[in-house]
Design a protein. Structure first.
Ligand code: C5P
Length: 214
């Protein structure tokens, strides 16, 4: 069984996908973490975001996996915290717009989900990665509520940010993610839309589990 959960930044996808996977006892794959890890690797290797040749070379030898706690590892290092910094967040949309990056990530995502029951969350799961997914959901929420959620995430890792800054970052990322040529963020025609603005975490998880159990 493949469950696709797509939606814009900070809409509640991760929390929902994690909760749904726990309730159903199946694998949770955060594909955004993978694009973030690639972005971190490119930044740390001092590769320019326009240097396609070096990026292709970097991707050839990349090793990404998730451990039993669902922490992401890049080339032998646990990067679960590092991928959440402002620097990675402000560059990830540019990196994930590159077709060469997307091709590689989609291959890894399909491989991880192969022969497994899996909840995958991202931007293009229901449209590109698994267009025949058994269930497709598109999660949305008000911009300010999304920014407030991100602010809390940042506080948890000790990063200082402001609501205004986060609103503009999220708007910018949504714009880039929706307008790129390669696999843009778009709701699949057969996806069920869920607005999490006024829902608690438990309610948003319950909504999806209920639909699947039906
Ligand atoms: O979900 P999260 O906000 O961590 O994703 C970070 C970024 O990764 C997104 O803004 C988007 O640019 C990219 N992404 C993507 N396709 C996915 C998942 C994430 O392009 N399936």
């Amino acid at each position: 069984m493949i469950i696709a959960i797509d939606g814009p930044s900070a809409s509640g996808k991760s929390t929902t996908a994690k909760g749904v996977a726990e309730r159903l006892g199946i694998t949770h794959l955060d594909t955004g973490a993978m694009y973030r890890a690639v972005t971190l690797g490119i930044i740390e290797s001092n590769i320019g975001l326009n240097d396609n040749e070096s990026i292709s070379e970097f991707l050839k030898n990349i090793e990404i996996h998730f451990d039993s706690l669902n922490d992401i590892w890049l080339n032998g290092h646990n990067v679960a915290e590092k991928i959440r910094t402002t620097e990675v967040s402000s560059n990830v949309s540019a990196v994930s717009a590159l077709p060469v990056v997307r091709q590689k990530m989609v291959l890894i995502q399909r491989f991880i989900a192969k022969d497994k029951h899996c909840v995958l969350e991202g931007r293009d799961i229901g449209t590109v990665v698994f267009p025949n997914a058994d269930y497709k959901f598109f999660i949305v929420a008000d911009l300010e509520i999304r920014a407030k959620r991100r602010l809390l995430d940042f506080e948890k890792i000790g990063e200082i940010s402001s609501l205004t800054e986060l609103i503009s970052d999220i708007e910018n990322r949504d714009r880039l993610d929706s307008s790129r040529d390669a696999s843009p963020l778009v709701q699949a025609k057969d996806a069920i839309s869920i607005d999490t603005s006024k829902l608690t975490i438990d309610e948003q998880i319950e909504k999806i589990v209920e639909i699947i159990n039906k």
